[in-house]
Design a binder for this molecule. Structure first.
Ligand SMILES: [Fe+2]
Ligand SMILES: [Fe+2]
Length: 338
């Protein structure tokens, strides 16, 4: 098939020739976000085009079903609940991005991928024979009784805040699904890594394959929102770090309080030590900081503090964030803010 290479990196000077006014920054940011979306969309079409009804080993999921522990079942049911609020998540984005064609389309594509995740967990529960069809129908009906909205999370009701939140949430979801994959492999009496047989045939055993394939979507989503936040840092450093600080501090997974099996889910999380504040810090928050180019929490706090005092007229190429949270001149590598 013919494949057009699309330039996804535009140099800021190709976009802006005049002074770096807020409008010029916004224009340059919009161009970069479009480039991130095109890259993400191309990869989604090429490498992550799958269907829960057609690409999951459902028969094998049935055969291995009796091996799943009750905790695993409660956790997967909780994942189903969280993913099933996809309509509310997409709607919130569509409201914010009514006048932003790129972000609107991005939201639609992202939502189409997320919609497959709820279906995957439904199929895993059903084919493992741990939930009946009437039970699943009742569960999904209960999901619809509550509504998720952005106001339930501090700082996320703007294009920047939503991206910052999604960057963390997608990473956390990826981590959860990797943990669940490991759990299922152990309950199936499989080694942590795919066996040579699995490698040869190209997919993992039963529900482990579902966790693998959905996990690939989640880490790709994390990468997309990370790139968007990095572009915000480049053009609006002060605002971005203020928002990151607010979003990180109040971070909570979406719709956790509304899922129909919230109690059983949280009990399973505690019993299996599946997630905690410490795990969040070590496996989600710190890797996110590293991905943003910062060494640790101390460096992040310094970056937040110093970003407030950055001169407003600095061009995006004239300042670089160091690993320790200082802003240094892109030309001379000396500190811009003392
Ligand atoms: Fe998802
Ligand atoms: Fe996702």
């Amino acid at each position: 098939m013919f494949e057009q290479k699309f330039p996804t990196q535009l140099h800021p000077l190709e976009i802006v020739k005049g002074p770096w006014t807020p409008e010029a920054r916004q224009r340059a940011l919009d161009q970069e976000v479009l480039a991130h979306y095109i890259e993400y969309f191309g990869r989604a079409m090429k490498f992550r085009n799958w269907s829960p009804w057609h690409n999951l080993p459902l028969e094998e999921i049935s055969q291995c079903g009796p091996r799943l522990s009750p905790e695993t079942v409660h956790l997967i049911e909780g994942f189903l609940g969280i993913e099933e609020y996809v309509g509310d998540y997409v709607l919130a984005g569509l409201e914010v991005f009514r006048h932003d064609r790129t972000r609107r389309n991005l939201q639609l594509q992202w939502g189409a991928e997320e919609a497959k995740h709820g279906v995957s967990w439904e199929l895993v529960l059903k084919h493992s024979q741990v939930r009946t069809e009437p039970q699943l129908r009742a569960y999904l009906e209960k999901v619809r009784e509550c509504r998720w909205n952005v106001k339930q999370h501090p700082g996320i009701d703007s294009p920047l805040g939503g991206s910052a939140y999604a960057m963390v949430q997608e990473r956390a979801t990826y981590f959860n699904y990797q943990e669940m994959r490991a759990r299922i492999r152990s309950e199936y009496s499989l080694p942590p890594n795919p066996t040579s047989e699995e490698q040869q045939r190209g997919y993992e055993v039963g529900a482990s394959e579902a966790l693998r394939i959905v996990g690939l979507d989640e880490i790709a989503h994390h990468g997309l929102f990370l790139s968007i936040v990095q572009s915000y840092i480049k053009y609006f450093p002060s605002r971005t770090f203020a928002t990151l600080s607010e979003v990180f501090q109040g971070f909570e997974m979406p719709a956790l309080r509304f899922i129909p099996n919230a109690r059983a889910y949280l009990r399973a999380v505690r019993r299996t030590a599946f997630y905690s504040a410490d795990i969040h810090r070590e496996k989600v928050h710190n890797p996110v900081l590293k991905a943003l180019g910062l060494a640790d929490q101390e460096a992040f706090e310094k970056a937040v503090q110093l970003a407030r005092t950055l001169p407003a007229d600095l061009g995006p190429d004239s300042v670089i964030l160091s690993r320790t949270g200082e802003w240094v001149s892109g030309y001379s590598q000396t500190a811009v803010v003392p």
